[in-house]
Structure formats: C-alpha cells, structure tokens
Design a protein around this ligand. Structure first.
Ligand code: ATP
Ligand code: LTN
Length: 335
C-alpha cells in the first residue's frame, strides 16, 4: 500500500473559537471543497488550539458541532474528506510535546498571532498561546501533508512548521514531509467592514465589522449597507488609498467570479449605495445554501457524530504511523 502512488495530502483546520465568518469561508473553507477530488484531505476542528483563549465549555461544544455541520454544508463530502476533531486524536498532543522540544523560544516570540493575541488577552498570556505554533506544526506533520490551505494570516505558522520539520529531519533523516502553504490569490485577507485596516475576525468584539456564515440575510444586508467606504464615490481597486472599497471589491469578486476590471465597469458612474447593495446580495446568495444545509444537518446529531467518529478513526491511523516513527527516532523505549 505504502508503495502505491498516493494522492497528495492536505491538512487544514479552523478553531471553533466563535461563529465562522465570511473571512474563514473565503480565505479557507471555500478552497478546501475545490481540492477534494485531487487530494487526500484531512480537515480538523482545532478545539485544542481554541482553549489557548478562555472558553465557556458548553459554547465550545456547541460551536464544535456546528462547525462540523458547516464544513459539510460548505461542500466537504465526508465520504471524500476526513473530518475530525483535534482532541479526538491524541497523537496531536503527543507530537505537539515532542515538537515543543525542537522549537526555539526566540522563533515563537516572533509570531505575529502570539503578539496580537497577548495584547488582546493581557490577563491570560498562557504557555499554550505561546507554543500554539508547535501544536499546529504537529497537526500538519502528523499527516505528512503536502499542502496547507489557509488565509494569509496563517502563512507565518506554516513557515515555522517548515522550519521545525527541517530541523527535525536534519537530525533524524527524512521523517516529515515539508508542507507548502496554499493561500488563495483573492480573498486571502478579508477585512472588517467597519475598520478595513483590520482583518475580519470571529473573535472581534465589533460584530458589525464581521459577517457570519450562518447569519440571516437581513443582517448581512444591513452590515454591508453600513460598510465603511470613503468620500470619493468611485468604485476602483486601490487597497492602500481605498481600503474599504477594495475590500468590498475583493468580496464581490470572489462571490461572483468577476474581475476587478469588470466590477469597476459595472459600477462606473454609480454611487456606493448600489455597489454595497450588490455586494451584500452576492454574499447573501453565496451563503444562503450553506446556512440552510447547516441548519438541516444540525437537526441530525447522530449523523454528525458518525462523521466525526469515523474521521477520528481514520485520522488516528494515519497520525499514529508518524507518531510511532518519531518516538522511535527520538529514542523512546518501545512499549
Ligand atoms: P480568531 O478570531 O479566533 O483568531 P479568526 O477568525 O481570526 O479566529 P480562524 O477562523 O481561526 O481565524 O481562521 C480559520 C481559517 O480562515 C484560517 O485559514 C485563516 O487564515 C482563515 N481566515 C480567517 N479570517 C480570515 C480573513 N479575514 N480573511 C481571509 N482568511 C481568513
Ligand atoms: N491556526 C489556525 C488553525 C489551525 C490550523 C492547523 C490551520 C490549527 N491547526 C493546521 C492549518 C493547519 C487558525 O486558523 N488560526
């Protein structure tokens, strides 16, 4: 089996730290579904990463289940993709510890996400928040993933994963496959609708800046109508000078498949009112089937359970093989 030409592998994940946003969809999940035929795909609910920030336990459980439903509703067919919950596969914690011992304090200190999240959670700068990247490296390396489809903000974490893997391989031989990030050309960084200089983020306190994947159409429309633009009244792509309008153009481009040039022509001489309505409507239509399907799936908990159980079983088999190899390499006595 191992000698057969195997499909290239993908591993990615999202923390169930809040309701999924349009950013998580356009930056990550939308691209995952498109890759399912070509690759052997593993998609995780990164609940272990989520507790680096304090959570309400019942909410975390509910969001994890909702996120399983949302993955499927976004087109990740569980027959073709392995969908699993990170904490159900103990190899993540096990390899995470080993990799902690091959990750340097200095390199972790340089991580942008650590700096941002420490600033936001000044009363809880815990060790898990600091070592988050070595656990994420374990997530990826356990599956010998070739490709990691993520939004632009996660590029630095994939890079440190490559550094850790190269360091480990340099000592012990070719244990880990070195993964490549896959960052979409458009939609890699969806910005907040109210402060377009900041990334749209599910843990953002300003809910008006953030469009949630399962949000009602009227709420989505209201948020787009209130989106921050500028006083220039011209739909033109220029992220530096016109961050609000350019962000809306990016969203519209991914939702409709139109190019920036086509969008500029479509709204030539028309006000921002028409433009914002069109963007809002395109997002409503993009998300409508996902919301309806998620709601339908959530009514069938036993199906969702069967999906994540089968996912954990398959993921454990693959991850276990890598973990065994690593334990042997570092000198742990076989059981
Ligand atoms: P948190 O606020 O808890 O840090 P987040 O919303 O910033 O969460 P995640 O949902 O954990 O980010 O990210 C999931 C995936 O979606 C990652 O691959 C990330 O790069 C991508 N992603 C998140 N936000 C955006 C965004 N605004 N634009 C593009 N991609 C994004
Ligand atoms: N750090 C990611 C979530 C994540 C992830 C992963 C992404 C955890 N483990 C492995 C890709 C591969 C985030 O979205 N904040």
């Amino acid at each position: 089996m191992e000698n057969e030409v195997r499909k290239k592998r993908i591993l990615s994940g999202i923390q169930p730290s809040g309701d999924l946003t349009l950013g998580s969809y356009l930056g990550a999940i939308k691209n995952w579904a498109a890759l399912a035929d070509e690759y052997d795909c593993y998609y995780m609910l990164a609940d272990m990463h989520t507790i680096t920030v304090r959570q309400v336990p019942a909410d975390l459980r509910r969001r994890t289940l909702t996120q399983v439903a949302a993955y499927i509703a976004c087109g990740l067919d569980p027959e073709k993709n392995t969908l699993f919950v990170q904490s159900h596969v103990p190899a993540h914690a096990q390899l995470g510890w080993v990799l902690d011992c091959y990750t340097m304090f200095g390199e972790l200190s340089r991580m942008t996400q650590f700096k941002d999240k420490s600033a936001k959670n000044a009363d809880n700068i815990n060790a898990g928040l600091f070592t988050y990247p070595s656990l994420m490296a374990a997530d990826i390396l356990l599956y010998q993933a070739d490709l990691v489809p993520v939004g632009g903000d996660q590029k630095q974490h994939v890079e440190i994963c490559r550094d850790i893997a190269n360091r480990f391989n340099g000592i012990y031989g070719e244990v880990f496959k070195i993964p490549e990030p896959y960052i979409p050309p458009v939609g890699a960084r969806v910005m907040s609708l109210t402060s377009p200089e900041n990334k749209m983020s599910k843990s953002d306190k300003d809910q008006n800046g953030c469009v949630y994947m399962l949000e009602k159409p009227e709420d989505i429309m209201r948020k787009f109508k209130k989106a921050v633009t500028d006083s220039d009244a011209c739909v033109r792509y220029d992220p530096a000078a016109k961050p609000g309008v350019s962000n809306l153009m990016q969203i519209y481009a991914v939702a409709t498949g139109k190019t920036f040039q086509e969008i500029e022509q479509e709204f030539d001489g028309r006000g921002y009112g028409d433009f914002k309505t069109a963007v809002g409507e395109s997002v409503v239509e993009l998300l409508r089937p996902i919301r309806e399907e998620t709601e339908r799936l959530l009514a069938d908990k036993s199906y969702l359970e069967s999906v994540y159980r089968a996912g954990a079983e398959k993921a454990s088999r693959v991850a276990g093989r890598t973990l065994d190899k690593v334990y042997k390499k570092v000198g742990f006595l076989a059981r």
